[in-house]
Ligand binder design. Sequence first.
Ligand code: ADP
Ligand code: TRP
Length: 325
Amino acid sequence: MKKNLLSGVKPTGRPHIGNYFGAMKQFVDLQDGRGQASDSYDCHLFVADYHALNLIQDAEQMRQLTLDLVLDYLAIGLDPKKSIIFKQSDVPAHTELAWIFDTIVTMPYLMRAHAYKDAEAKNKEINVGTFNYPVLMAADILLYDTDVVPVGQDQKQHVEYARDIALKFNHIFKSETFKLPEPIILESVATVPGIDGRKMSKSYNNTIPLFATREEIQKAVMAIVTDSGGPEAGGVPTNVFVMHKLFKSEAELKPLYETNAGKYKILKEALVEDIDAFIKPLRERREKLASDVKNVIKVLEDGANNANIKANAKLLEAKKAIGVI
Ligand code: ADP
Ligand code: TRP
């Protein structure tokens, strides 16, 4: 029996290698049956444009970033013949179900969310959409009878919120409408560090973009903050080594790092080569795909049709359970 997999990314800027290794690579691996277990999945991957609207409030930018993210998805190997690829705003059931959940989720519960607490700690006056972010995300997940949600560590709490909301709904409305989802978080890449050693994130300006040019890779790698406290200590720059392990096995790297202990420039140059060798084919594939915008639009249209069928069926069940139908 196939399991349902669902995940999404916000179209808020160029994805980076943290997004890729932490989450997006798992989308493709699991789509293609390269998961850890022998499970196979019906995959639903979407562009979370309504979530991004909390940040991107410019129509042209929103359109461009959305198409860009679909291109990114296709370039890394998501295949519209195997996966349903769609954008959130094309499936109204997401926002409709989020409203239903709004009526059973309490404010103190949402105030415990990390994202809200972080914003509050910074004294930011956040909008209602940001406050409600986990509710819309729960709707995204629960509409598709999702079993697994591949994400990075920072999204773990959001998947737990979706579980809690499913349980609460089922309990209040004495139903078994929603399935309980589990996150899939790969330990080794749960939090990929950026060039400054903090979590790699668009908002920290410390990224290596997934489709970076060679020049961009070079610039970013040369800027990696170095220290020599790495694994076998003595001349192993931790941040460079941790980044390098994403692209080559520890066994392959050992001789390089032993021979060149303390020679940061040589180690960084080797890292540039390995990142570029990895990114180049992805970059070229993306360029090819970008010349056919019609194809991208078609992918989204087909995806919307398929997603709407599934989401509407689940929404109907929920509406019956609450008694509006
Ligand atoms: P960002 O923090 O750069 O804005 P997003 O919020 O768009 O990233 O995250 C998209 C996906 O990538 C999520 O599943 C998230 O958990 C994952 N992710 C983001 N940054 C990292 C990272 N540094 N390491 C591992 N996974 C990450
Ligand atoms: N919150 C996720 C992020 O910041 C994006 C997202 C929205 C998502 N809805 C989702 C991820 C549903 C997984 C499942 O990256």
